[in-house]
Design a protein around this ligand. Structure first.
Ligand SMILES: NC(=O)c1ccc[n+]([C@@H]2O[C@H](COP(=O)([O-])OP(=O)(O)OC[C@H]3O[C@@H](n4cnc5c(N)ncnc54)[C@H](OP(=O)(O)O)[C@@H]3O)[C@@H](O)[C@H]2O)c1
Ligand code: SF4
Ligand code: SF4
Length: 372
């Protein structure tokens, strides 16, 4: 089937987790990664206005734009309207991205990270109309958005904006059936609207490069040679209608590994699909907080605590043993609109409506104790 980006190689370079020396991007190592990536036939690069406070876009100029013909690669970046305080400020971000990268135009340009809350800013500042204008002027070639919310809202947005050309979704085998991420459901909504998909977070931000002893054993028994990350990236790349799978490779070794199996990419065969299914089943068996992120508890909380956010963070530690990632998610929850769970007054409103009958107050106390 023909679709936008069908011929783009299925491994993209996500420039959100670049190698670092101290706090600074390791430019020399990044140059080596870019050289290898392009030499092996890969072409897609994904950055954003906000990555490394703009230094990712600046690095793109140094490691890529100034060193390779512009038509030899595709470059994507994103506009985070939700950090702007006016329409003018939001629109200026495009010019800043263009200046930082020196790219002249962007192949793929995205509204960055749309969610129920953040959608307001894109609507208020008329960003979609602005992207259409940029496309008409030839400053961007394809317009779309990256998305981190539920499938129902995605369906609504794609219905409201029929000229969206593609969507970027968080998809990995561990979140495929997750009630909080809804990977599969979002993927199916994109298919329903006939939108090609760019996949982000295929390794769940690094967690699936070492998903814990039980899961590691399943994969290593199936194929002792294949890296654990390779299962995650090949799962994503085996889906239909995928433009590319972005991997946030953070050193040359990771890039070499990912290129080794993506250079002559073979979709998962039936046996490998069965192995992934076993890993998914094993993940379900690991004790966790069985919150379905239904949000029923959120609206009557007098303290405006977005309870399910904190349970997602707790589960990251419980299921994958990723305490660092769990603490990061805990912090992010407060940045993205929740009040501090330490402010819980134990009123019990949430527990009265939770369909899973969770001991929310106790779980929140545990979260504060472990992750704050
Ligand atoms: N809203 C948005 O638009 C949005 C949001 C998220 C991501 N993205 C884009 O999508 C890209 C991918 O997502 P992501 O970076 O969040 O997550 P990811 O690709 O799922 O995970 C990246 C991490 O996986 C590990 N990894 C990758 N390949 C490996 C290998 N072969 N062996 C061992 N470990 C390996 C590394 O972890 P360690 O560093 O721990 O070793 C790496 O930092 C980003 O870089 C960014 O460009 C966009
Ligand atoms: S018990 Fe705590 S979390 Fe639950 S509704 Fe009351 S204040 Fe909010
Ligand atoms: S009501 Fe229960 S299951 Fe639903 S989001 Fe809240 S804690 Fe999770």
């Amino acid at each position: 089937m023909e679709y936008l980006g069908k011929d783009i190689p299925k491994l993209g370079f996500g420039l959100m987790r670049l190698p670092l020396i101290g706090e600074e991007i390791d430019i020399e190592q990044t140059k080596q990664m870019v050289d290898l990536f392009l030499a092996k036939g890969f072409t897609y690069f994904d950055t954003a206005y906000g990555y490394f406070n703009g230094k990712s876009e600046e690095a793109v100029k140094t490691v890529l734009v100034d060193r390779y013909p512009r038509e030899s690669f595709q470059l994507a970046t994103k506009l985070p309207a939700w950090i702007a305080s006016s329409e003018e400020e939001a629109k200026k971000m495009f010019e800043t991205s263009l200046r930082r990268t020196g790219a002249g135009y962007f192949d793929f340009y995205l509204m960055h990270n749309i969610s129920e809350k953040r959608k307001e800013a894109f609507d208020k500042y008329k960003i979609w109309d602005y992207l259409r204008e940029l496309k008409e002027k030839g400053l961007v070639r394809h317009i779309g958005f990256s998305y981190h919310d539920k499938a129902a809202l995605l369906d609504k947005i794609l219905t409201e904006l029929p000229d969206v050309e593609f969507v970027q979704l968080q998809i990995n085998y561990a979140d495929w059936e997750s009630d909080s991420v809804e990977s599969r459901k979002c993927y199916e909504v994109a298919l329903k609207h006939n939108k090609p998909i760019i996949i982000m977070e295929p390794v769940k931000g690094g967690v699936l490069a070492n998903p814990g002893p039980k899961i590691n054993q399943i994969f290593k028994e199936a194929n002792p040679e294949a890296s654990l990350a390779s299962w995650a990236i090949r799962f994503a790349a085996s889906l239909d209608n995928v433009i590319t799978v972005l991997s946030g490779m953070s050193n040359l070794e990771q890039m070499k590994d990912n290129i080794s199996y993506m250079e002559h990419f073979q979709p998962l065969n039936d046996y490998e699909r069965e192995v992934i299914r076993r890993a998914q089943e094993a993940l379900k068996e690991i004790p966790s907080i069985p919150c379905t992120s239904c949000q029923y508890c959120v609206k009557d909380c007098p303290q405006q605590i977005n309870i399910p956010f904190f349970f997602v963070a707790m589960n990251r530690n419980l299921i994958f043993g990723d305490l660092k990632g769990a603490k990061f998610e805990y912090k992010m929850a407060m940045k993205f609109g929740s009040e501090d769970p330490a402010k819980c007054i134990a009123c019990g409103n949430c527990e009265r409506v939770c369909p899973q009958q969770l001991k929310i107050i106790d779980h929140l106390k545990d979260a504060v104790q472990l992750l704050s």
